[in-house]
Structures are given as structure tokens and as C-alpha cells.
Design a protein. Structure first.
Length: 294
């Protein structure tokens, strides 16, 4: 039985990949993410671990791009290319963890509310609506301000502020799944709430959750960059948003040092776009009706 289950899963994954390969934009996004992820994972070997140190920097302050420093240097003489590669590690980690937390909260609330219904669903949806109408960036700024400044604070702030959309989507999908006949059969055979939600509802909402996760990651990366730019990130680590904040403090805008501003800004835009392309491609594969007219 186990081998049969795994065989079906492998066949399903193969079908998914065959359909995903037809989404050209999704392949471009996946390729960009693979290259950026590989650079982030190999950062200690590519640029070295001492690139973040402000003491003993190899260059002078705010050098323009050259053969020695392809992207120039910052106000401490550090290589911006090295900082950009190291910043990918933090920005991607925060984006992935914050999106995972957001989707986990939203999925749990959505499945439970859709399964039980009644006063519990009404109460949970009113709480969801309150978070939904509250600007997520403002809420994240408030949470990041009142808590200690660290990477985990940023992850928690983004995750708590951005789960309502997932909760509403999952709740709607849960209600649709639980109206199917096999759910009634499972109840008639003695299936409890945990069995129905874990064995029947969750596998059917996972495709929606997967697509939503890829879209949440791009939003989380943009939010992390905004928080770091506002000085609410972890000051002990290098991130793309932190690089923009350092550039602002160094007067790069007024002095015309474009090489200090452009690389982290372009990197944030490219990663956010890549995750969005992957998310749209996954949506098109899981729901072919979305591809009509595209």
C-alpha cells in the first residue's frame, strides 16, 4: 500500500512538472530563483565570510564600479557585490520563513473555520476581517517596533500581519471540499473531525496553499525590505533592505552614487517577480481555467 501510494505521488509530480514546463514565464522565474538560491547557499565560498566586516575593508568609501569591485563599494569600503550575495541569504530566509508562518496560520484558521462552521466560523472570520482591513505593512511596522530588533522579530511580524487572505481562500475551498459525497461517507463510517480535516480536507486544499505560498513569499520579501529600509530590521545582519537603508544614510541619493542604490533594489524586484511568476504558473497548472485567455 505504501509503495502504491508513493508511485501515485511520483506520477502526480511528473504530470505536474510536465504541465509546469509549458509555462514559459514560470520557467524563467524558477531559473532565476535557482541561480539566486545557489548564490545565497554558496556565499561563504563565493565572497568569503569577512565581506560583512566594517574593519579592514579592502576598498575606499563609495568607489564606483570597477574591475576590482564590479558593483562598487559602500561607505565603509566593502564590496557591494559581496554584500549583495550575503544579503540574499537573509532576504530569502526571512521571506520563506515569514511566508511559511503566514500560510500555516491561514491554513489552520481556514480549515477549522470551514469544517466546524457555526459561531466559531463567524467569530474567526470577524477576527480575520479585522486583520484583513488593517494595512499589513502598518501592522508589521507596529509589531517590529514594540519587539526586539532581530530577524525572528521581522519573520513573526510579517507572518502575523499577512495570514488573513490565505485563511479566507482556504475556508472557501474547505467548504467546497466538505460538500462532496465522500466526506459524508467518511462521517458515516465514524471518521472524526481530525480524520476528516487531516486526511480528506488538507490534501485537497494543499494545491491552493502551495500556490498561495509562492505569492506570499514575494510579498514577505518586499515587506522585509521595507522594514529594513525603515531601520526596523536586524542591524547585525546584511539584507537587501538594510543595504538600501545604509545607502540612504550615506547620502547616496543626493550625491548620485547610483551603484549603491541600484543593485539591492533590482535584486528585490527580480526575486519578487520570480516568485510571482512561479506562483502564477502553479495556479495555471492546478486550475487550467485560469489559463484561458492568457
Amino acid at each position: 500500500m505504501t509503495s502504491l501510494t508513493w508511485a501515485r505521488r511520483r506520477a502526480s509530480a511528473a504530470r505536474f512538472w510536465n504541465q509546469y514546463r509549458r509555462q514559459r514565464a514560470g520557467l524563467y522565474g524558477l531559473g532565476a530563483l535557482a541561480l539566486i538560491g545557489l548564490a545565497a547557499l554558496t556565499a561563504p565560498w563565493l565572497v568569503g565570510g569577512d565581506v560583512q566586516s566594517v574593519t579592514g575593508a579592502p576598498g575606499t568609501a563609495l568607489e564606483s564600479p570597477s574591475a576590482r569591485f564590479p558593483l562598487g563599494t559602500d561607505q565603509f569600503g566593502r564590496s557591494l557585490l559581496g554584500l549583495l550575495v550575503w544579503g540574499a541569504r537573509v532576504s530569502l530566509t526571512v521571506g520563506l520563513l515569514a511566508a511559511a508562518l503566514s500560510v500555516a496560520i491561514g491554513t489552520l484558521v481556514g480549515i477549522v473555520a470551514g469544517h466546524f462552521g457555526g459561531w466559531f466560523a463567524t467569530l474567526s472570520m470577524r477576527v480575520t476581517d479585522w486583520f484583513l482591513v488593517m494595512p499589513s505593512l502598518v501592522l508589521a511596522i507596529v509589531l517590529a517596533t514594540v519587539m526586539s530588533r532581530s530577524m525572528w522579530t521581522v519573520v513573526l511580524a510579517i507572518g502575523i500581519a499577512s495570514w488573513p487572505t490565505t485563511a479566507r481562500l482556504v475556508r472557501a475551498q474547505t467548504i467546497a471540499v466538505e460538500s462532496r459525497p465522500y466526506i459524508e461517507r467518511a462521517r458515516a463510517l465514524g471518521g472524526g473531525h481530525g480524520h476528516i480535516m487531516g486526511r480528506h480536507v488538507l490534501p485537497n486544499v494543499m494545491p491552493l496553499v502551495l500556490a498561495q505560498t509562492t505569492l506570499c513569499i514575494s510579498t514577505a520579501i518586499l515587506t522585509e525590505a521595507t522594514l529594513a529600509f525603515l531601520g526596523l530590521g536586524d542591524p547585525t545582519v546584511v539584507s537587501w533592505g538594510g543595504m538600501l537603508q545604509d545607502a540612504r544614510e550615506a547620502g547616496a541619493v543626493s550625491s548620485g552614487h547610483w551603484w549603491y542604490l541600484a543593485p539591492p533594489g533590482i535584486a528585490i524586484a527580480v526575486v519578487a517577480l520570480a516568485f510571482t511568476l512561479c506562483g502564477r504558473a502553479i495556479e495555471s497548472v492546478l486550475n487550467p481555467k485560469l489559463g484561458v485567455g492568457r
